[in-house]
Write a protein that binds this ligand. Structure first.
Ligand code: AMP
Ligand code: MG
Length: 391
């Protein structure tokens, strides 16, 4: 079966690793599966993806490192176990779940629920419970972000095809016609006798590319935990969820990719305490035509890639899926708009990097765990709006 991007992001945007050890292990693979035990040397890397873990000899358990290509990106699984057999089991469980969910949620797989809904052209289509759950969450996120995140943007995503070899600049009248199709309020989901159905407007096309990877991370983490794999770091193209602890029995440490810098070069670090970190950026998936960069996050209002007032948005959350959608939405809102939103939502733990990559804005909620490691960056705090006090 052809596996193409759920969400176009071939390279990681954040990196999971452990600090402070003398023996650093780096593993890299692309389109191949690798299984490598911690070695007492640095394994040469290719500048595509870098996930570093450390397994000090003093601990009985080791961190085993696996990777493959799925969801249109590099999937990396690190799992801390007593034996390689246990680790292999955890990796297999994780990968089977990734493949199962990709098969139903990818707009690029003909037999997926998303493709069936799109082909349904306004009729009710039977779907899996997971698709229903994700569609409902997508609607909540669309409402919460005033449509900055809108899964009915599918026709525009296809027009631009930024993540495909056939990418192009669509004609103005095409864009105009396809903006008119964007309206998340036309998505309907229902349950009847334990079965799930969805329907969209007859001219609409949906894509879950802005949220599905986060959802799959959540489901995989849920499953691996249920199967007894307690200490797992999952990285899907740099969107990361960590359960348990790392090779030093400490929270997994994450580096956030510095936009525009070499892959693996991070501008900030944070610990991941049974949480997720998601990033949206314009620096990984784009094409350049006549000197102009066109990236993969589309404004539902203009039908075009959003102007580059931001270069990345990172959110840390207790689960991945809402954070994934919110990252995409904040990117659409831009540097000022995202900060306005975050002032009104003080619980959101977010870090923004501006378009020229010189300024960082972080919410108060993330300040205590975030360490910015690039000294030239100007860092500002997003102060929450004063809440009305009820007398
Ligand atoms: P992300 O990298 O998570 O920000 O997701 C980007 C992907 O989401 C794109 O490749 C599109 O498939 C899809 N997308 C682009 N713009 C939007 C938007 N405004 N709302 C929802 N999904 C979008
Ligand atoms: Mg997203």
């Amino acid at each position: 079966m052809r596996r193409t991007p759920l969400k176009a992001m071939p390279f990681p945007m954040a990196f999971g690793f452990s600090f402070g050890a003398d023996k650093i292990f780096a593993a890299i693979s692309f389109r191949t599966t690798y299984t490598i035990k911690m070695l007492n040397k640095v394994i040469s890397t290719v500048a595509l993806s870098l996930t570093i873990a450390v397994a000090p000899n003093s601990f009985a358990k080791e961190v085993f490192n696996y990777g493959t290509f799925a969801l249109g990106t590099l999937i990396n699984v690190q799992t801390k176990n007593d034996t390689k057999e246990e680790a292999d089991y955890c990796y297999k469980e994780a990968l089977d779940e990734v493949n199962r969910l990709e098969d139903i949620l990818s707009a690029y797989i003909d037999s997926s629920d998303v493709s069936k809904i799109n082909k349904g052209r306004g009729t009710w289509v039977k779907i899996n419970p997971e698709t229903a759950q994700l569609l409902k969450l997508s609607l909540t996120m669309a409402a919460d972000t005033a449509g900055a995140f809108d899964p009915t943007i599918g026709a525009l995503v296809k027009d631009w095809s930024v993540d495909q070899p056939e990418h192009r600049i669509p004609k103005a009248d095409e864009i105009h016609a396809d903006i008119a199709k964007v309206d998340w309020k036309k998505i309907e989901v229902k349950e009847e006798n334990g079965e799930y159905f969805a329907k969209i407007g007859d001219d609409q096309t949906i894509t879950l590319g802005g949220i599905a990877k986060g959802y799959i991370l959540d489901k995989v983490a849920e499953l691996t935990t249920k199967k007894g794999c307690k200490d797992v770091l999952l990285s899907f193209g740099g969107d990361i969820t960590g359960t348990g602890t790392n090779g030093k029995d400490k929270p997994w440490m994450i580096g956030i990719q510095y936009p525009g810098a070499k892959t693996g070069q991070y501008f900030a670090t944070l610990p991941l305490d049974n949480e997720s970190v998601q990033t949206s950026g314009d620096y990984e998936r784009f094409f350049i035509q006549d000197g102009v960069k066109y990236h993969h996050i589309i404004s539902p209002v203009t039908g075009k890639p959003v102007p580059a007032t931001l270069s990345s948005v990172t959110i840390i959350g207790s689960t991945s899926a809402p954070a994934d959608a919110l990252c995409t939405a904040l990117f659409v809102m831009g540097w000022d708009g995202a900060q306005e939103y975050l002032k009104k939502h003080p619980h959101v733990r977010a870090v923004l990097v501006n378009g020229d990559k010189k300024r960082v804005a972080a919410t108060e909620a993330i300040k205590d765990i975030l360490t910015v490691v690039v000294p030239t960056l100007e860092v500002q705090t997003i102060i929450p709006e004063k809440q009305e006090t009820v007398k």
